[in-house]
Design a protein around this ligand. Structure first.
Ligand code: SAM
Length: 196
């Protein structure tokens, strides 16, 4: 069933540029924006870095706005916009995945992201982190709100960068330390009376 897992709010362009910079995307790579809104992330990625991108957006009106923008800017060779649900798409060929979702959405997509993305891939998240994996880098950036442009001062935004190889390695290490901790506790309980 198609279900939105986050409301629409555009990322300020300054944040979009920072997300792309932190992703270290390069020519020949493939970027997906999951929940692509008005298409600003995929448009900027194609415009500045010349990479192939796909925007996945559940709201048909926003998908149409994005397609019009892509056509108007002559970026249709690089950018594809699909009107659909994130969960219906395979992200295995992604080099970079970007998202600006919600805490609940991050919890829901976490298993998909960490099982599907290749080890060299990066997930760059605006404002929300995954509940179980720690990001490789956390950045705080000040930017004017894109949603409330009349607010006269910049607002702090977080950008988390998850490098798959790095976070998987960390998770493995923390599992390993849990195993060691358990061994130590068992050894303490036995208090030297090991049946060896
Ligand atoms: C906060 S906006 C971010 C838009 C854009 N990525 C940006 O940074 O400006 C989140 C977007 O995710 C879309 N969305 C929510 N649930 C979705 C789902 N299950 N599949 C695809 N898109 C979804 C919403 O319609 C909304 O446009």
């Amino acid at each position: 069933m198609r279900m939105p897992i986050a409301d629409y709010a555009p990322s300020p362009i300054r944040i979009v540029h920072k997300m792309l910079e932190f992703s270290r995307i390069k020519k020949g790579e493939m970027l997906y924006d999951i929940g692509s809104g008005d298409g600003r992330v995929v448009v900027e990625a194609a415009r500045i870095y010349g990479v192939n991108c796909k925007g996945i957006e559940i709201n048909p009106k926003l998908a149409e706005i994005s397609r019009n923008k892509v056509d108007r800017l002559g970026l249709a060779d690089l950018v594809g916009i699909v009107n659909g649900d994130i969960f219906d798409f395979d992200l295995r060929d992604a080099d970079v995945v970007t998202g600006y979702l919600s805490p609940l959405a991050m919890e829901l997509i976490e298993p998909k992201i960490f099982s599907e993305l290749k080890p060299t891939a990066r997930f760059v998240s605006h404002d929300y982190g995954f509940p179980n994996y720690r990001s490789s880098e956390l950045h705080l950036i000040w930017a004017r709100s894109a949603y409330f442009p009349w607010i006269p001062f910049p607002v702090g935004h977080f950008v988390d960068v998850y490098r798959m190889i790095n976070v998987r390695e960390r998770k493995k290490l923390s599992n390993l330390s849990k195993v060691i901790e358990k061994e130590v506790r068992t050894a303490k309980k036995l208090n030297g009376k090991t049946p060896l």
